[in-house]
Design a protein around this ligand. Sequence first.
Ligand code: C5P
Length: 291
Amino acid sequence: MQVELNSSCKVNLILNILGKRPDGFHELETVMHPVPVCDVLRFERAGSGIQLTCDHPDLPVDSSNLVFRAATQFTREAGIDVGIKIHLAKRIPLAAGLGGGSGNAATTLRGLNQLFGNPLDPARLDTIAASLGSDVPFFLHDQPALALGRGEKVEPLAPFKSLVGVHILLVHPGFGVSTPWAYKNLGRFPKDLNGETGRARRLATNLGISLSAARPDFYNSLEAPVFEKFPLLEIFRNFLAENGASISMMSGSGSTVFALVERQQKAEALSEQFRSKFGDSCWMTTVPLCS
Ligand code: C5P
């Protein structure tokens, strides 16, 4: 028997950091939205131990890979002692602020739970997910969510009325940004390090009304340090804003910049304009935000 699952990515519609915590993480509030751009994971019982393969040459397949770590944790918690083969077909760019690795970890927990007849209940999957990374619990639920704490306290939300029919254009510049680096360098931007509490919940409420009502709360604290080091990303964001995007901003710790555009045709035209201005070196894709 085999289980094959899509592993989607996300964007942060707000990433509002509220301060540094004693444990070294940052307290934050965010609204994350799934984006239907997917890796594919295939799971089967075979051989002995955990064997991971991947079609992306830059991704290690040892215990440093989140898929491997998720599988190790799952088998330990579920008391499973049979061989497992996992194949990861990678489509989501790496170190992109899109949560690709976190999504892969959550999908591994879901896939293995399915393969072995659901030995772990949702609460245990949630606990393992939070131990693997701050964004991993979000990916156990395939829906928009408000996330608090270090990002692991997830409140799933109903689809946002104002985003129905909206298309998203993702632009990845071809290089990644290290998440620990971005958080560390936020320290030099006190205003962005100490955001105003309540903006994420207000954004979620206003997204139920209209994009223009929500507009003031689309915000990413990490743009400050990341745009300082990589000014090209700010140029991308501004170009998107000036050429038809309703909203444009960076996702997570970057390097992906995205645009929300109200109609498919307009999103595709913006993508073409971007390509003729900046050339072919960026990875770009346009999809409906709500599939
Ligand atoms: O939890 P995760 O492994 O995704 O975090 C990666 C790194 O990002 C952490 O080691 C930390 O440097 C930073 N981080 C943070 N505060 C958060 C989430 C991540 O400082 N809330």
